[in-house]
Design a protein around this ligand. Structure first.
Ligand code: CUA
Length: 139
């Protein structure tokens, strides 16, 4: 058992050196974020309730995540109440947010733009209303 396990652990090890770490915390029913590397900048991100021609219905949020393009980014995901799932399909990221646990993955955004995602774990009455928005910018 040890030999194949050691091989898997070796293959799963982090090889990249991320520029920044974003921590994403799921709540019923919104996300909050922390840029832990920068004096713990933290903010809540709620879906925008009112729609006009400047946003996307059920997909836009009041405070978007801003991340640099062309850099490796580490994301830590957890939750405070029930299981949520932090998902951005265009970046190939889907990772569960479990209370009491810290999940980690990393991704790389190769273009500027706005990336949308939604919670992907049925987490209660407003599961449909906790979208995720990343603005990727050139630094
Ligand atoms: Cu949070 Cu579904």
């Amino acid at each position: 058992i040890a030999l194949p396990s050691l091989r898997l652990l070796y293959l799963l090890d982090e090889l990249n050196n991320p520029l920044i770490t974003l921590k994403s915390i799921g709540h019923q029913w919104y996300w909050s974020y922390e840029y832990s590397d920068f004096n713990n900048v933290e903010f809540d991100s709620y879906m925008t309730q009112f729609n006009n021609n400047n946003n996307f219905r059920l997909l836009d949020v009041d405070n978007r995540i801003v991340l640099p393009m062309n850099n490796q980014i580490r994301i830590l995901v957890t939750a405070t109440d029930v299981i949520h799932s932090w998902t951005i399909p265009a970046l190939g990221v889907k990772i569960d947010a479990n209370p009491g646990r810290l999940n980690q993955t990393s991704f790389f955004i190769n273009r500027p733009g706005i990336f949308f995602g939604q919670c992907s774990e049925i987490c209660g009455a407003n599961h449909s209303f906790m979208p995720i928005v990343i603005e990727s910018i050139l630094i």
